[in-house]
Design a protein around this ligand. Structure first.
Ligand SMILES: [Zn+2]
Length: 228
């Protein structure tokens, strides 16, 4: 956990970014005042982290103990939900997350970089070099707003493309071709099967099928592994 150099969040869907808060909490609990984690993501992620981590200035529904300069590393009990049910599930989630973050009394350290700025960011470059990568490239993909794919070229010759969630797209193909041909790995999402109904759903929800992921990988000889 403490050896993590960088965290890449491809887009702002809950199954791709909600765990980041707990990761930051764990790092802060293990090593208070440790070096900030470089968090690369869409612009909305920075707003979400700031909203979530900075305590809510409005009256808190649950009184908390007096602040202590020393963080409590002990596992905290599950935060209690707000006593008054909210009509808006997003507001309820925000309140829950704020309560969870505040319960630690530990500042969470991170430095945010937008996905589109990552190839030119000095901190990202330093993290890449420490990890043995000589190049990082990015491309927007066809999914939600501000969704990105990433390519990493390692100095030992192998390279990796991670598509994030997307329809098959030229940007991911180009990232694959930008890697040295020795050993290229493509991690491409393949959420749906290839029967006609699933294909239609993949198109409507801007995801890919297994066959579509193969069609991206095979022409350029990339080794495919699928995910979601
Ligand atoms: Zn998604």
């Amino acid at each position: 956990m403490l050896q993590l150099e960088l965290c890449w969040i491809s887009h702002m869907h809950a199954d791709h970014h909600l765990g980041l808060l707990h990761l930051l909490e764990m790092r802060a609990a293990l090593k208070p005042n440790g070096p900030p984690l470089v968090v690369v993501g869409p612009q909305a992620l920075q707003r979400w982290l700031n909203l979530t981590i900075i305590p809510d200035p409005s009256p808190s529904p649950s009184p908390s103990p007096s602040p202590s300069p020393s963080p409590s590393p002990s596992p905290s009990p599950s935060p209690s939900p707000s006593p008054s049910p909210s009509p808006n599930p997003n507001q309820a989630l925000q309140r829950w997350l704020r309560t969870a973050a505040a319960a630690l009394h530990t500042p969470l350290y991170f430095r945010f970089v937008h996905c589109g700025a990552a190839p030119h960011d000095g901190g990202v470059g330093m993290a890449m070099r420490r990890l043995g990568f000589e190049r990082l490239a990015i491309s927007p993909v066809v999914h939600s707003f501000d969704a990105w794919a990433i390519a990493l070229q390692h100095r030992e010759g192998w390279g990796l493309v991670y598509s994030g969630d997307t329809r098959p797209c030229e940007g991911v193909v180009r990232l694959g071709r930008s890697l040295r041909p020795k050993a290229r790995i493509l991690v491409h999402e393949a959420t749906f099967d290839d029967n006609p109904g699933m294909r239609r759903e993949a198109e409507q929800r801007k995801h890919s099928t297994v066959a579509e992921a193969l069609e991206v990988a095979q022409p350029d000889g990339l080794t495919l592994t699928t995910d979601h």
